[in-house]
Design a protein around this ligand. Structure first.
Ligand SMILES: [Cu+2]
Length: 419
């Protein structure tokens, strides 16, 4: 019955900003993107600084613009905003939640709103941005944290490996861009904005979509925006990326991410999920964009091959699981040019769904998989269980790259098999 089919509209803002260096590039855990759906429109009851609990730090100079932050139970939407330059902004705070929340900025400004209330104040946003959170006990820990970033002076700086900074181009300020997670049958509406502060045209190409290249995927200039609407027709782990010429440069410089399309009925429950995007860095001069010349080599020799943007980051901060837990990893090889042989030392994948081909745990013959070959733009879902407490290295089994950043760790239990 068609009326029973799911038809969600996801409204995601893809900000093609030159960004602020977010070293960790987001958590490895898959973001709960289904919660990012637009909340119900707020009751328009704007009051300005009336509650005695509000605190407003002085802001000077002309108002450069408005920012709008919604709260829900328990989070902010958007949790990350970007303004074009430092200075004074009017912030409108709308509480869409059922209980009282506040937005407390790092400079001391605080707006408190009861359910359905709206508050406003002027805010001085410094050059290095402004963190905010809800100060009601427990709310920040539950996720009510955010950031107003400035796409200005230090924009685009990202530490891709200790000591190596590149001027990256991004979707929504991180490399990779945000994980987008939907179900077969969903309608996804992407609102693409190319900030006027950018120098280059950009675009986006969702491999999970079936659209004409010269329609939705066309480039937009700085200051322009467009909508890219598509239907999730097929399940899988898909790539999205900027396709503006030279696409090799735009991908190599950070403009890629993962779309997870689950079957209509959803994936079976597991204990832990992670999303890992493998990609290459072809370093340009310190603080500059990556080298297109190096990336273009017929036999590419990347300086780093990384998971989720940063060399060895999960060697330094392992992905933690419990022994015996069912672990699912969504893997994408964003390339742009090198093949991946995704392997986790000491484990066997009992489930692999790669590019529409499935290996399932109950298969006749009881076959398993040791490594998943992913050419650039290919994705897979792999599942495994660790046999005992200990450390399990995550690698591409193209082993020349393991010493170039493609090394992470899964830590099971306390990581010590002897205890
Ligand atoms: Cu681009």
């Amino acid at each position: 019955m068609s009326s029973f089919s799911r038809k969600h509209i996801l409204s995601l803002i893809a900000l093609l900003a030159l960004i602020f260096g977010l070293a960790a590039c987001g958590a490895a855990n898959v973001e709960p993107l289904r919660a990012a759906r637009a909340p119900a429109p707020p009751a328009d009851r704007t009051t300005t600084n009336s509650a005695t609990t509000n605190v407003v730090s002085p802001a000077s100079g002309p108002v450069l613009g408005r920012v709008e932050i919604h709260s829900f139970d328990l989070g902010f939407k958007p949790a990350k905003l970007s303004v074009e330059k430092p200075g004074r902004y009017t912030v409108k705070f709308i509480n869409d939640g059922a209980i009282q929340h506040d937005v407390t900025f790092a400079n001391g400004t605080k707006l408190v709103a009861n359910a359905s209330e709206t508050k406003a104040a002027d805010l001085e946003v410094p050059a290095d941005g402004l963190n905010f959170f809800c100060s009601i006990p427990g709310h920040a820990d539950a996720g009510m944290k955010g950031l107003i970033a400035v796409a200005g002076a230090s924009a685009g700086a990202m530490t891709v490996a200790p000591g190596f900074v590149q001027h990256v181009w991004t979707f929504n300020g991180t490399v990779p861009g945000p994980v987008i997670r939907v179900h077969v049958g969903d309608t996804i509406r992407i609102h693409l904005k190319n900030p006027a502060t950018n120098q280059l045209a950009h675009s986006v190409d969702f491999h999970a979509s079936q659209v004409a290249w010269n329609d939705e995927m066309t480039s937009i200039n700085p200051g322009e925006e467009k909508l890219y609407e598509w239907q999730a027709d097929y399940a899988g782990v898909w790539m999205y990326h900027c396709g503006t010429s030279p696409a090799l440069h735009h991908i190599a410089n950070g403009m890629y991410g993962m779309v997870i399309v689950e079957p209509k009925e959803g994936l079976p429950k597991v204990d832990k999920e992670f999303a890992l995007v493998q990609s290459e860095w072809y370093l340009g001069p310190q603080g500059q964009p990556v080298s297109l010349a190096k990336a273009s080599a017929a036999a590419p020799a990347p300086d780093f091959v990384v998971f989720n943007g940063v060399a060895n980051q999960y060697k330094d901060n392992p992905l933690k699981v419990g022994t015996g837990e069912k672990v699912r990893i969504f893997v994408l090889n964003a390339g742009p040019s090198v093949d991946s042989s995704f392997h986790i030392v000491g484990t066997i994948f009992n489930t692999v769904i790669k590019e529409g081909v499935a290996l399932t745990p109950d298969n006749p013959g009881h076959y398993g998989a040791q490594a998943v070959d992913l050419s650039p733009a290919q994705g897979a879902i792999v599942e495994f269980t660790t046999a005992e407490d200990g450390m399990y290295p995550i690698v591409t089994h193209a082993f020349n790259f393991v010493g170039h950043g493609a090394l992470g760790l899964v830590q099971a239990g306390d990581g010590d098999p002897k205890k």
